[in-house]
Design a protein around this ligand. Structure first.
Ligand SMILES: Cc1ncc(COP(=O)(O)O)c(C=O)c1O
Length: 366
């Protein structure tokens, strides 16, 4: 495909030190490297077609994702971001249980990504929030016990890797539980799957391919692909579950631009490789800095790092304020982890700048 000059230059942005007008945003786990040049080109071409409904692009992205993951197109559910996918899956499973006269609960580690809890709250479903283990990994044994104690339908919402900690659970242990609990629905959120380097991890699309009926995996184009603003997510599940989920979605939940950009980005393995390499380089740079500062961090398997703050800083809010004064926006509050910060990873150049600032702020003695 021939690229316009604008598209060629799109991802090559030079680093400029942040200012008060243009602070460096490292608080939403976005991809500061921008998007695939092929996706950029697809977006420009799509402008000529926005007066049309996107039925064909919808079908084409569905088929492309099915081929990519080795499942049938009837097992793919597209949504407006994986947040929507999480909401509709929780709602659909609760409705199915209700029709069968069963109550539903949502079981999840805490802290984790908000979508599971907000989906439960929207349907007034009880949530069992299970604290993380000491190493900041999800506690599979306690999560399992919470399901076994419940007489009804459990939906386990598990982010793997978890947000905000970035940790993964052991896939072999998780699979043993999934196979032993056919009545439980496992909603595995793999928003950050591409960044995992831990060999204990196995992506769950393989389990859907293997025919495990009680697993639905949620994926997104918002992270590695950098398309957060276009809101494209999807799930893979059994054909029966996908048919159920579809009844809770409008006909074409993703808009034309999102569909075409996602499809182009899915085919741009060069961009994906570059995007991943740059983020892993940035991650290494941050970990080296934290090591130099002697600060602990959770094992990071995503595009952010959850790290400890020195006690004398006066907590998360005060740290955020000090970084804000340096035009860097980091983290937010996570209940029970007051002295910890979640730092999203920007480009290696941005992180060189940020780690220098961190040395100044975090390295200061009382
Ligand atoms: C674990 C997790 N899942 C899902 C999402 C949201 O993805 P989307 O933009 O596809 O709604 C996020 C966003 O930060 C996330 O951290």
């Amino acid at each position: 495909m021939r690229l316009s000059a604008a598209a060629r230059n799109y991802t090559a942005g030079m680093f400029r030190p942040p200012t008060s007008e243009q602070p460096l945003k490292l608080n939403f786990n976005e991809n500061n490297q921008g998007i695939s040049p092929l996706a950029h080109e697809a977006l420009l071409s799509a402008l000529a077609e926005v007066h049309r409904y996107p039925d064909r692009p919808h079908a084409e992205l569905t088929v492309a994702l099915a081929e990519h993951h080795g499942v049938g197109p009837q097992q793919v559910t597209l949504g407006s971001g994986s947040s929507q996918i999480i909401h509709i899956i929780v709602g659909a499973v609760a409705r199915r249980a209700q029709d069968a006269g069963q109550p539903t609960q949502v079981v999840m580690p805490v802290p984790t990504f908000d979508a599971g809890a907000s989906a439960a709250a929207a349907r007034r479903l009880p949530v069992q929030a299970i604290p993380l283990r000491g190493n900041l990994e999800a506690d599979l044994i306690a999560l399992q016990a919470a399901c076994e104690d419940f007489d009804g339908q459990s939906v386990v919402y598990l982010c793997n890797p978890n947000n905000p900690t970035g940790t993964v659970v052991d896939s072999a242990e998780l699979r043993a539980w999934v196979e032993a609990a056919p009545q439980t629905l496992f909603l595995i959120d793999e928003a950050y799957v591409e960044y995992v380097t831990d060999s204990r991890f196995q992506p769950v699309d393989a389990w859907v391919r293997d025919g495990l009926p009680n697993v639905a995996v949620a994926r997104t184009f918002s992270k590695l692909h950098g398309l957060a603003g276009l809101r494209v997510g999807y799930s893979l599940s059994s054909q029966e579950n996908a048919a159920l989920f579809a009844t809770f979605l409008p006909e074409m939940p993703v808009n034309l631009l999102g569909l075409l950009a996602a499809r182009a980005s899915l085919g741009d393995t060069d961009f994906q490789r570059r995007s991943l390499d740059q983020t892993l380089l940035a991650r290494r740079r941050v970990l080296d800095t934290l090591d130099r500062l002697g600060l602990r961090y959770a094992d990071p398997q995503a595009n952010f790092v959850f790290h400890e703050l020195p006690a004398h800083l006066g907590g998360n809010r005060s740290y955020r304020q000090r970084m804000r004064e340096r035009h860097v926006i980091v983290g937010r509050d996570f209940a029970a982890y007051e002295g910890w910060n979640r730092l999203s990873l920007g480009t290696p150049e941005e992180m060189a700048h940020v780690t220098a600032e961190m040395m100044q702020v975090l390295g200061q003695k009382e």
